[in-house]
Structures are given as structure tokens and as C-alpha cells.
Write a protein that binds this ligand. Structure first.
Ligand code: C2E
Ligand code: MG
Ligand code: MG
Ligand code: MG
Length: 285
């Protein structure tokens, strides 16, 4: 779980003594260039519907196609973007790319809904619901094609404001997911009040479940918790067949992880979906 730790600490770019170091400044300049020149690009990871074995939903994950450093992952640059106040622009780029792609998928033979991650700083922006509504409207997209994922940690940080903005997004008809559930210490009472549709159980619980019966027990009771609250349960970080089967057998609704597919650029995802549709439809029961 190095990646997770790195994310918490925002790599070397935040909070540390070298906050104003030359490396940080250089990457910051490069990030401005990246936004101006369209170097940010989205990969999409499918969510498998466990009751049917079908894929109707994907999560959009941002990447930076850096001209010299290669393909960079969000752990490398999101903390910096956040600290530098660039998240508003980054969100605009991410939402634009994801919604343009949603238009293409709607016209294809396999329409997909897209979940986009938003950070805490985005969710205190009172303009956001209105902006998203008009981005949908100009593309003729119904709100159901979009889902917003917010980490449990962020949801807990600024409860009243985030809840208000989430409620407005949800009133528009956009789905809301609690991301990385299980890592943010939310109380059950708070969970009950949140305007959300989906619970995404953090991969630190899902990853060990094939080997650790206590991890599996936690996963299964979270499925029940989600269902008793009327929420859809999504397991992230599914890396093996045993876990996928256990999740299916225990009524988990959707699964996402490397065992199903890594995040892929849209053309590669289209090819993956096309190859799957040729296989005999294996419902994962
Ligand atoms: P997340 O939303 O929890 O996304 C899931 C992360 O787990 C992704 O990493 C994904 O590639 C990875 N993953 C998926 N399946 C597996 C698996 O089976 N095993 C393992 N070990 N990992 C798996 P990624 O793409 O590096 O994204 C990291 C985080 O960065 C995301 O966590 C999300 O919080 C944030 N993020 C990504 N894209 C965006 C964005 O466009 N905007 C914002 N604000 N945050 C983003
Ligand atoms: Mg997510
Ligand atoms: Mg997650
Ligand atoms: Mg995460």
C-alpha cells in the first residue's frame, strides 16, 4: 500500500520542508503547461456488474502524458495541483474529457456511465453543481451518465458544506459514491444522513480477503451494511478470482480491480469490451 501512503503524504510535494524547492516549482510550471497544452488524459476502469457479468459503468482516472517523464499517475501530481489551487482547472479538464467520451459511448453499441473523482476543495465550490449541469446540458447528456466519487475522508472533513453541495448534485440526478469507504472513520449516523447512492469499499479490505478470513468477514458485513442503507456496494481492488467469487456469492453489486481490468485509454477499453462480447456470456455466479 505504498501508493496509498504516498497519496496521503502527497509525495514530496506537500507539507514537507522542500515545499518551495526547485523540483516542486519546476513540476508546477510543467503542470500549468500540461493544462494549457492538453497533456492530461483519462483512463477508464470498468466496474463489473456481479449479478449479470455485464459492464455498464466505468471510473475515469486522470493521467498526465508528460512529454519527457512519461505517463504520470495522480499520486505524483494531484497533491501539487491541490496545494497550488489548480484543482478547479483540473476538474474542468477531467469533466470535459469524461463527458465528451460519454457522448461517444452513448452513440456506440455499449453506452457506459462514467464516475469522476472530485477532491474536497472542489466540493466547497458552490458554482460546481451549476457548472456540471450546464456541461451536461450542452452535450445533451442526461444526469444519469455521470457519477461523482468523493473519498470518505473528504466527506468527513467539512461535513455541512460538502453535504450541501452533494445534495444539490444529487438533486440534479447525478449519482454520488463514497470512495475508499472504511478508511475515513465515518460514524454510522453520518452515513445514514449522507446524500449518496454507492459505497466503494477501499481496496485495503478487498485485497487481503482471499487469504484473511477476518478481512473477508469485514467485507461481507459491509455489503450487508450498504444494502441495509439502500446503497449499492462496489468492491475496489479485486485482484484475484477467489475474491471475485466470494464477492459475487455474498451479494456484492459491482467489482472493480486489476483482475477484471486495469484502467485503460478509451480505445483500449472499447477493444476490451468488444473482445468480451465475443466470449460466451459468463455470468460470474
Ligand atoms: P481511487 O478513486 O480510489 O481510484 C482507484 C485507484 O486504485 C486507481 O489508482 C486505480 O488504478 C487503482 N486500482 C484499481 N484496481 C486496482 C487493483 O486491483 N489493485 C490495485 N493495487 N490498485 C487498483 P490511480 O488511477 O493511481 O488513482 C489514484 C487516486 O487518485 C484515485 O483513487 C483518486 O482518489 C485520485 N484520482 C484519480 N483521478 C482523479 C481525478 O480525475 N480527479 C481527482 N480529484 N482525483 C483523481
Ligand atoms: Mg475513485
Ligand atoms: Mg477508491
Ligand atoms: Mg483511493
Amino acid at each position: 500500500y505504498q501508493a496509498k501512503q504516498a497519496r496521503r503524504g502527497h509525495q514530496i510535494y506537500s507539507g514537507d520542508s522542500d515545499d518551495t524547492g526547485p523540483m516542486r516549482l519546476r513540476v508546477l510550471q510543467e503542470l500549468h503547461t500540461a493544462l494549457d497544452q492538453g497533456q492530461l488524459t483519462m483512463h477508464y476502469q470498468p466496474k463489473l456488474d456481479l449479478s449479470t457479468g455485464e459492464v455498464h459503468h466505468v471510473e475515469a482516472l486522470v493521467r498526465w502524458a508528460h512529454p519527457e517523464r512519461g505517463l504520470l499517475y495522480p499520486d505524483f501530481f494531484l497533491g501539487l495541483a491541490e496545494d497550488a489551487g489548480m484543482m478547479r482547472r483540473l476538474n474542468q479538464v477531467v469533466l470535459t474529457e469524461a463527458l465528451d467520451q460519454a457522448v461517444l459511448w452513448r452513440q456506440s453499441d455499449h453506452p457506459l456511465t462514467i464516475a469522476v473523482n472530485l477532491s474536497a476543495s472542489s466540493l466547497v465550490d458552490a458554482e460546481l453543481p451549476h457548472e456540471i449541469a450546464s456541461m451536461l446540458a450542452v452535450r445533451g447528456l442526461p444526469p444519469e451518465v455521470l457519477e461523482i466519487e468523493v473519498t470518505e475522508e473528504f466527506l468527513m472533513a467539512d461535513r455541512d458544506r460538502t453535504r450541501h453541495i452533494l445534495a444539490r448534485l444529487r438533486d440534479l440526478g447525478i449519482r454520488i459514491a463514497v470512495d475508499d469507504f472504511g478508511t475515513g472513520y465515518s460514524s454510522l449516523a453520518y452515513l445514514r444522513e449522507l446524500p449518496v447512492d454507492d459505497l466503494k469499499l477501499d481496496r485495503s479490505f478487498v485485497f487481503p480477503m482471499a487469504e484473511d478470513p477476518r478481512a473477508a468477514a469485514l467485507v461481507f458485513s459491509t455489503i450487508e451494511l450498504a444494502h441495509s442503507l439502500g446503497l449499492t456496494m462496489i468492491a475496489e481492488g479485486v485482484e484475484d478470482e477467489i475474491s471475485l467469487k466470494a464477492l459475487t456469492d455474498n451479494g456484492c453489486d459491482q467489482a472493480q480491480g486489476y483482475f477484471i481490468s486495469r484502467p485503460l485509454a478509451a480505445p483500449a477499453l472499447d477493444a476490451w469490451l468488444a473482445a468480451r462480447s465475443l466470449e460466451p456470456q459468463q455470468s460470474s455466479t
